[in-house]
Write a protein that binds this ligand. Structure first.
Ligand code: TYD
Ligand code: MG
Length: 458
C-alpha cells in the first residue's frame, strides 16, 4: 500500500520540515508547526497537475527572435487598475490582490468582471453564494449584459472541470484561502493547500494564457496569509488598502513583473461600488477658507503619480508626564526623528508637548518628500501661525536639519502649478538644471530647516 506522505509546515512563513519543531528556524516564531499531508496515495493526475509538462518541450530561443508588443496588454476598462497593472492585463499572468476584510476586494473584482468588454469572465467564489454576488452586482451596475459567470465552488479539480466546459478568457478566484485541492489532505487555508492551489492555477494560467486574479486574505500584521512563497509564485501582487471609515481606497502594486512597482490607483467607495479617482489632489486637499494653523501641504509622488496632500499637526501641552506622540498615515519613528531635529537644530522645546500628526484622507504616505511639510505643520501648530494654503513643500529633511533633494521634482512642481499654488519650497540641490520660468508659481530653494522657518514665520 502506498504510504501517505506528510510534512510539518510553519503556519506563519511556510517553512517545511520533516519533523515537528518548537521554533521555526526561518521566521523564529514559536509553536507554529502543523503536520500536513502533502501527497495522497493514488491521487489521479489532472491536466494542470502534471509536473514537468510534456505538452511542449521548450528550446532555447534567441532574445531578439522573441516577439513582444505592448499591445498585448488588455485594458480592463478601469484606468486605475490598468495603471497599477502596468498598462493592462497580460495574457497568462497571475495577479494576487490582498487586503483587509471589508476593504472592497470582492467588489473591485466583480466590478472588473462586469465592466470588461468582449471577454468571458468566470468569477469563482468560495466565500459568497450566487444570490449574494448577484445582489452586489445589482448595486454596482444596472445593466447586467456582461459575459460574466459565477461559480460557487472550492475544489480546484471541479473548478478546472468547469473551466474546460466554459472556456473563460479571464478567471477571478475569491479567495485563494478557500480553495482546496484533492491532492493534499490538509484543510483549506493551510500553507500546503494555499501553495498547491496557487501552483495549479499558475500552471493553468501559463499553459492556456488565461489571466487569473487571486484574492488573498491578509494576516493581522498585514502580510498576505499563507506562505511568503505565494508572493514569489505570482506575477503581480497588489494591495488594496485604506481606512474603512473613509471613502478612499488605494490599490498599490507591491510586485509587478510587467510594470513599475509602487504604482498607485485611487478609488472612492460609494453606495454603487468603487469609483475611480483621477484627480486625487483635488480631493485630498480640504477646501478651507479659514486660516487654520497646523496645516501644511506636501507635493508627494506615489509611484509615478504626483499628489498634493494635506498634513495636519496638533501640538499641545502634555497632560501627563510622558508626552504623547501619535501619527496616522505616517511612520511614528520618522516623526520622532523629525521632532528630534527640531529640538536640536532649531531650539524648539517639544519634549514637554503632545504631538499628533494626521495625513488627510486616511491615506498612508511613504514618500520622504513629505518631511518638510510635516515639520512646517508642526511648527505652525506650535507657534499658532497659519501657513497660506497657496504654499506647498517638497523636500526631505536630514538628521542635521539639512534640506535634501527629492526625485522627479519637475513633476511635483508641475502638479502644484496646475492646482494653482503660488509658492513651493524645495531643496537648493533640486534647483540645479531646473527650468523655473515655465511655471507660474514661485520656487524657493532652501538649504537648512531654519531658513524655511524664517521665510515662513519671519
Ligand atoms: P467587499 O468587496 O465585500 O470586501 P472584501 O472582499 O475585501 O472583504 O466590500 C465590502 C464593503 O464595501 C462593505 O463594507 C460594504 C462596502 N460597499 C459599499 O460601500 N458599496 C458598494 O457598492 C458595495 C458593493 C460594497
Ligand atoms: Mg470578499
Amino acid at each position: 500500500m502506498a504510504k501517505t506522505k506528510s510534512a510539518y509546515f510553519c503556519q506563519s512563513c511556510g517553512y517545511e520540515s520533516a519533523k515537528w519543531l518548537g521554533k521555526c528556524p526561518s521566521c523564529n516564531s514559536w509553536n507554529t508547526f502543523v503536520e500536513e499531508v502533502i501527497e495522497k496515495p493514488g491521487a489521479s493526475v489532472p491536466a494542470w497537475q502534471t509536473s514537468g509538462s510534456t505538452k511542449r518541450s521548450n528550446k532555447p530561443n534567441k532574445i531578439t527572435n522573441i516577439a513582444f508588443s505592448e499591445e498585448n496588454k488588455l485594458s480592463t476598462n478601469d484606468l486605475e487598475l490598468d495603471r497599477v497593472l502596468g498598462g493592462g492585463l497580460v495574457a497568462g499572468s497571475v495577479v494576487l490582490i490582498g487586503g483587509e476584510p471589508g476593504i472592497g476586494k470582492s467588489t473591485l473584482m466583480l466590478q472588473l468582471a462586469l465592466n470588461i468588454t468582449g471577454k468571458k469572465v468566470l468569477y469563482v467564489s468560495g466565500e459568497e453564494s450566487e444570490q449574494q454576488i448577484k445582489m452586489r452586482a445589482e448595486r454596482i451596475t444596472s445593466n447586467p449584459t456582461a459575459d460574466c459567470y459565477i461559480l460557487t465552488e472550492t475544489s480546484t479539480q471541479n473548478i478546472f472541470k468547469q473551466i474546460e466546459v466554459l472556456e473563460p478568457d479571464i478567471i477571478v478566484v475569491d479567495s485563494i484561502q478557500t480553495l482546496h485541492s484533492a491532492h493534499i489532505d490538509s484543510t483549506p487555508g493551510s500553507v500546503s493547500q494555499v501553495r498547491e492551489c496557487t501552483a495549479e492555477l499558475l500552471r493553468f494560467a501559463k499553459e492556456t494564457d488565461t489571466p487569473v486574479f487571486l484574492i488573498g486574505h491578509i494576516t493581522k500584521d498585514g502580510a498576505i496569509a499563507g506562505p511568503k512563497i505565494l508572493e514569489h509564485m505570482v506575477d503581480t501582487v497588489l494591495q488594496f488598502e485604506g481606512d474603512r471609515h473613509h471613502v478612499y481606497r488605494i490599490l498599490r502594486s507591491i510586485k509587478n513583473r510587467f510594470g513599475a512597482a509602487a504604482e498607485l490607483g485611487i478609488y472612492a467607495m460609494h453606495s454603487g461600488g468603487l469609483r475611480q479617482v483621477s484627480n486625487p489632489s483635488e480631493i485630498l486637499l480640504s477646501q478651507r477658507d479659514e486660516e487654520l494653523s497646523g496645516i501644511a501641504i506636501a507635493a508627494t509622488l506615489e509611484g509615478a503619480r504626483p499628489m498634493l496632500i494635506e498634513t495636519q499637526a496638533l501640538v499641545s501641552t502634555a497632560a501627563y508626564g510622558t508626552p504623547q506622540r501619535s501619527a496616522t498615515g505616517f511612520d511614528t519613528r520618522r516623526m520622532n526623528m523629525l521632532l528630534a531635529v527640531l529640538e536640536k537644530r532649531c531650539g524648539f522645546r517639544l519634549s514637554t508637548r503632545d504631538v499628533f500628526l494626521n495625513i488627510a484622507g486616511g491615506i498612508k504616505v511613504e514618500d520622504p518628500a513629505i518631511d518638510l511639510a510635516i515639520l512646517a505643520a508642526i511648527i505652525s501648530s506650535h507657534e499658532d501661525i497659519f501657513i497660506s494654503s497657496k504654499i506647498c513643500f517638497a523636500a526631505e529633511v536630514g538628521l542635521s536639519g539639512e534640506i535634501r533633494a527629492v526625485n522627479r521634482i519637475e513633476q511635483r512642481i508641475a502638479e502644484a502649478d496646475k492646482l494653482g499654488f503660488e509658492r513651493i519650497f524645495v531643496s537648493n540641490y533640486n534647483l540645479k538644471g531646473l527650468i523655473t520660468d515655465k511655471y507660474k508659481l514661485e520656487i524657493t530653494g532652501v538649504n537648512k530647516i531654519e531658513d524655511v522657518f524664517s521665510l515662513l514665520f519671519g
